[in-house]
Design a protein. Structure first.
Length: 135
């Protein structure tokens, strides 16, 4: 029996607003409301892809990986317990939330916090094979 598990992917502590922003985005929604988030992920990715055409700092490959993981988690949302569901929504919203603490379009490392949040949630869900590598 495991009483304490060390997690490899912790929520980033820098900037200090990442953890509270993520936690504020965590909640449990009905599956009907969750389905409404899927088009938001697609729309956000399309916006990022358009911006990437003129912004060489934008690592659109990481954006696509985040969108893919987000859509997978939303598609399997109903298979998880409430605590895990809230983590899923936190990670998806954190990615698709254009006001997160490190702007994807301003900083070269703009996706780093999104990837760290997503990997944290994937680890908590036991989906280690879906981790996103920071390139």
């Amino acid at each position: 029996m495991v009483f304490f598990r060390r997690y490899k992917h912790k929520l980033p502590r820098f900037p200090h607003t990442v953890i509270p922003t993520f936690r504020n985005l965590c909640e449990v929604l009905s599956e009907e409301d969750v389905k409404k988030l899927e088009p938001q992920v697609d729309t956000y990715l399309a916006e990022l892809e358009e911006q990437a055409k003129t912004n060489p700092r934008l690592n659109i490959s990481l954006g696509r990986d985040l969108a893919e993981r987000s859509k997978y988690l939303l598609a399997h949302y109903g298979e998880f317990e409430d605590k895990e569901k809230s983590l899923i929504l936190g990670a998806v919203r954190y990615f698709a939330h254009s006001q997160d603490p490190i702007s994807e379009t301003t900083f070269a490392s703009g996706y780093d916090d999104d990837v760290q949040v997503m990997n944290h949630v994937l680890e908590r869900l036991g989906l280690e094979e879906m981790y996103i590598s920071l390139r």
